[in-house]
Design a protein around this ligand. Structure first.
Ligand code: ATP
Length: 422
């Protein structure tokens, strides 16, 4: 089987370990392994230049590794590609030529190509938001490129948008293949050979915003980065008896804000799913912080998720919170927006373990997939790696956003956590 892996949407720590796991598990199971650069955009653009010749290094294969895996495929794939070139993005992708972007976005990789990726942040194969993949024309080009490269299994690592795109590609696959035949792009024989595309999703998202899984790849690292930042803020806040309003990521999901609040001992947290009960909200927040100050707290930390709002869906922004703390409580207040520092840096242990276990199961799911099964998302629940129908996870995630939009905050919370009580 030929399998390919891509990373899509916002990058997250743990994407490199995920790609590494898919490639190594794929090779171990006898597959040919590919990476697709720049997410769906790379899939749409495909390969428009021939592969560069890559010198194959003579290499010694340790006997114990051969004994452990013992497959011809492994030996064959050990040093297929060129690791450093792939890691630096050097060489092939996106060369500008006569006004058109040309290059190679679908690249065969071997074991050595992903060596040393476990502890590296971001995604070496690139991620992108692709407007063209949202169009039928773009998805037709993507299907054509997959068929041209002979790829029959695809692992997509990204957020809910990326997995929605994956679900759409899989749902439309038969129709896309027929349109490629009608347009003379592929033959009837090729269509028959490619009647089924196997897709598996891995959730790479720092927000932990995907339904039906307990944790997404990148969320533990982002939370750790936020905690480190608030620890640093804490010492200066306590020294000067200041208040800090910290804005963290999370458009529809308050997990990062809420868990950072617990980890850092914050005074007040604003999350999209559960706005303050009072409208207007200012006095409710001030009352809590006033109480904390009265019992001797020298510092105040308020955490605001970027998608926070009041019960009428008016945004609650960090600057507004600062003004309230300054004017009503007379606190010396500063705003810190953590921004992209939350994404960056080396993955913490959980963001190596989770993508490794899930990447291996993604390959198993591809190898076991049958046409009558749904596409799966690999999740984790109560410490067990699970396969969940992709369409269910995507629909429930969208239902949370819809409940917030409809101001049904109780439903938003119970969709996040069925045991939640108002
Ligand atoms: P993040 O959580 O970081 O926002 P995401 O995967 O949700 O990650 P999006 O920008 O929503 O990020 O989606 C990534 C890409 O997936 C889009 O640029 C687009 O190419 C594809 N995609 C998203 N939604 C769809 C859709 N409904 N149909 C087809 N493709 C889609």
């Amino acid at each position: 089987m030929r399998i390919a892996v891509l990373t899509s949407g916002g990058d997250s720590a743990g994407m490199n370990p995920a790609v590494r796991a898919v490639v190594k598990a794929g090779i171990t199971k006898g597959c040919e392994t590919y990476v697709i650069r720049e997410g769906y955009e790379g899939l749409v653009r495909g390969n428009t230049t021939p592969p560069r010749p890559r010198p194959k290094a003579e290499r010694h294969v340790p006997a114990e590794r051969l004994a452990r895996f013992g497959t011809d495929a492994l030996v064959k794939n050990l040093s297929f590609g060129d690791g450093p070139a792939l890691r630096e993005g050097a060489g092939d992708a996106d060369e500008e030529e006569e006004g058109t972007l040309r290059g190679r976005h679908i690249v065969r990789v071997g074991w050595d190509d992903v060596r040393g990726w476990m502890g590296e942040g971001g995604t070496f194969i690139g991620s992108a938001r692709s407007a063209s993949f949202r169009t039928l024309e773009g998805r037709l080009a993507a299907a054509h490129n997959l068929i041209k490269e002979g790829i029959d299994g695809l692992v997509v690592c990204g957020g809910d948008g990326s997995l929605t795109g994956a679900d759409r590609l899989r749902a439309e696959w038969g129709e896309l293949v027929q349109q490629l035949v009608a347009g003379g792009k592929i033959t009837e024989t090729e269509a028959a050979l490619n009647s089924h595309l196997k897709i598996v999703g891995l959730v790479g998202s720092i927000d932990n915003d995907m339904a039906l899984t307990d944790m997404t790849i990148g969320a533990p690292t982002a939370l750790t980065r936020i905690c480190e930042a608030i620890d640093n803020i804490n010492s200066t806040a306590a020294s000067h008896s200041r208040a800090f309003v910290v804005e963290v990521m999370g458009r529809h999901c308050g997990w990062l804000a809420l868990m950072a609040g617990v980890s850092a001992g914050a005074d007040y947290v604003f999350i999209p799913e559960q706005p303050p009960k009072s409208q207007p909200w200012e006095e409710e927040m001030c009352e809590v912080i006033r109480r904390h100050r009265e019992v001797g707290k020298r510092k105040t930390i308020v955490i605001v998720a970027e998608g926070a709002h009041d019960r009428d869906l008016n945004p609650i922004k960090a600057e507004k919170v600062k003004d309230v703390l300054t004017e009503v409580l007379k606190l010396d207040t500063r705003v810190t927006t953590l921004g992209h520092t939350q994404r960056g840096g080396r993955p913490v242990a959980m963001d190596r373990i989770l993508p490794t276990l899930q990447g291996i199961d993604a390959v198993n799911a591809l190898l076991e997939a049958t046409p009558d099964q749904p596409s799966y998302m690999i999740g984790i629940h109560e410490n067990k790696i699970l396969r969940i129908p992709l369409v269910d996870a995507v629909q429930q995630t969208q239902a949370v956003a819809a409940a917030i939009e409809a101001r049904d905050f109780g439903r938003a919370m119970s969709l996040r956590d069925p045991e939640f009580e108002q």
